[in-house]
Design a protein. Structure first.
Length: 117
């Protein structure tokens, strides 16, 4: 089993920055993908960004491209999401997920990000 724990959420004013972190522990895999998703009140969960196990392949949703940066520390099985130029529409619960293969098998409990206008 894999445990996934997010941290770093909070309240910030529009235009501000936050950095989320996600630590995975338990079973280890030779190759995996880690990603961030978010879910705003009344909306479906949506993809935000992902990074490959090697750290050299990243992909972002259009809505966050140029503002958010995903990075990883494989030695610590940790992934970060640096969020800059935050907007009120970025307000959501942010979830970290781990994919072994095609599906995101393991999920964290989420961390709240609130951006005030």
């Amino acid at each position: 089993q894999v445990q996934v724990v997010e941290s770093g959420g909070g309240l910030v004013q529009a235009g501000g920055s936050l950095k989320l972190s996600c630590a995975a522990s338990g079973r280890t895999f030779s190759k995996y993908t880690m990603a961030w998703f978010r879910q705003a009140p009344g909306k479906e969960r949506e993809f935000v960004a992902r990074i490959s196990w090697s750290g050299d392949n990243t992909y972002y949703a259009d809505s966050v491209k140029g503002r958010f940066t995903i990075s990883s520390d494989n030695a610590k099985n940790t992934v970060h999401l640096q969020m800059n130029s935050l907007k009120p529409e970025d307000t959501a619960v942010y979830f970290c997920a781990v994919a072994v293969g095609a599906m995101y098998n393991f999920w964290g409990q989420g961390t709240q990000v609130t951006v005030s206008s």
